[in-house]
Ligand binder design. Structure first.
Ligand code: UTP
Length: 402
């Protein structure tokens, strides 16, 4: 049965009743191109993430990092200089909490001068490449929704001084969005509402875009994946790369010490003996508050969406299925009466795979502690927690003129 033949699909059917024959021909073409099986995840959303047994995983703490600084730095810098390190900027999200209608990275975080989020990230990367005397290939993941604007923004600003030949863009795929009953929302008369399929598919999308050959040709052995919204992000950090190499691990995750037992941050731990991330809402009260003998939290280190993966291992797991998370979001849509609705509270589901699930596919992972005030300033909202306001304070605290 075609999706538009299903009685319950009221948004699609109402649009079809209003549309001209030509509009319906176009709409059907769009609808036929979608794999609707993703909607079934709504009925499995409670079990999609059924977990094994969690256990604590000790972090490589800052004192240890300091004591081995020279060794880590030398190993990491050698890897950067030898062209073995690539970076992937995850910029395909829609940033609905921030409410921008353009790519998040184009946000001006400056106060008395223009300083764009993308610009600050490139600035952070340049600190590493200047010190190493070598450039790091940067791959930027966009979605079909923001690809054009992102590429144009980089071109307009001359790549913020980073050499263009070291920057490549690729797009991630989209999935349909629906209401809580599984009724697919419409974006316009001829298009269903589609949204990016999460940040977990980045490697698959790179492969699809033909970039595997590029990674191989360049001899990239390590890929540093990071989020667009942390303006204090250290990218291709030689210390982190060096530590992961020194520990002989397939991956590393930058972590910060949890600020409080109930802080809303995913915690790096093990699950059935493999590295894993327990989301804050998956932690029992007992897990969240358990302490070590020295008083530190047992599950005490949260991830900041900055991971290092071995390229070889990524290829090995490239075809593995990842869990699909059913996420509640605000979805603008065309109502059954033909009016446009822009909700200010979540009104339905999007379907996403998450990069944090990749960590569980690795045999091991180095939890690498970084200083929160120096490396973690996420911008999820305009004001309040994890916002432009808090990020500006943190940037100023690091001596960055705004
Ligand atoms: P978030 O989980 O904060 O999602 O993304 P978001 O879509 O940007 O924002 P909200 O939740 O709608 O407010 C974390 C990182 O993952 C990227 C984002 O661009 C950000 O760097 N991401 C997210 C993608 O690249 N693709 C996606 O489909 C989702």
């Amino acid at each position: 049965m075609k999706i538009w033949e299903e009685e319950k699909q009221s948004y699609i059917r109402a649009a079809m009743e209003r549309n001209s024959a030509e509009e319906n021909r176009r709409l059907k073409e769009e609808l036929d191109a979608v794999d609707w099986s993703v909607l079934e995840h709504i009925y499995r959303k409670e079990t999609v993430n059924e977990r094994g047994v969690f256990a604590p995983l000790s972090a490589v703490e800052r004192a240890e990092i300091e004591s081995r600084r020279e060794e880590f730095l030398a190993l990491g810098t050698d890897a950067v200089r030898a062209g073995k390190v690539g970076a992937v900027l995850l910029a395909g999200g829609q940033g609905t909490r921030l409410g921008l209608d353009r790519p998040k990275g184009t946000l001006n975080i400056g106060i008395s001068r223009e300083l764009y989020l993308f610009e600050q990230l490139i600035c952070n990367l340049k600190e590493v490449t200047d010190a190493a005397g070598a450039f790091v290939p940067l791959y930027i993941m966009t979605s079909h929704i923001n690809d054009h604007d992102t590429q144009e923004f980089f071109a307009e600003h001359a790549y913020f001084g980073y050499p263009k030949e070291y920057v490549k863009f690729f797009t991630q795929e989209l999935e349909p969005a629906c209401d809580y009953e599984g009724r697919v929302y419409m974006e316009s008369a001829t298009k269903p509402a589609m949204s990016p399929n999460g940040n977990g598919g980045w490697f698959g999308s790179m492969v699809k875009a033909g970039l595997l050959a590029d990674l191989k040709e360049k001899g990239i052995e390590w890929i540093n994946v990071f989020a667009v919204d942390n303006c204090l992000q250290r990218i291709a950090d030689p210390l982190f790369v060096g530590a992961t190499i020194a520990y002989g691990c397939q991956s590393g995750a930058k972590v910060v010490k949890k600020a409080a037992p109930d802080e809303k941050i995913g915690v790096l731990c093990t699950e059935d003996g493999r590295p894993s991330i327990a989301e804050y809402y998956e932690m029992t009260e007992e897990m969240a508050t358990a302490r070590k003998e020295n008083g530190d939290l047992l599950y005490g280190y949260g991830v900041i969406l900055n991971y290092l993966f071995s390229e070889e291992k990524l290829e090995e797991i490239a075809d593995a299925r990842m869990p699909v998370h059913v996420v509640e979001k605000k979805i603008p849509y065309l109502d059954t009466d033909g009016s446009h609705a822009k909700p200010d509270a979540p009104n339905g589901y999007k379907f996403e795979t998450l990069v944090l699930d990749m960590v569980h596919m690795m045999d091991d992972c180095v939890p690498f502690e970084v200083e929160r005030e120096r490396e973690f300033a996420p911008i999820k909202n305009l004001h309040g927690v994890d916002s432009l306001d808090t990020a500006r304070e943190l940037l100023a605290g690091c001596g960055i003129a705004l």
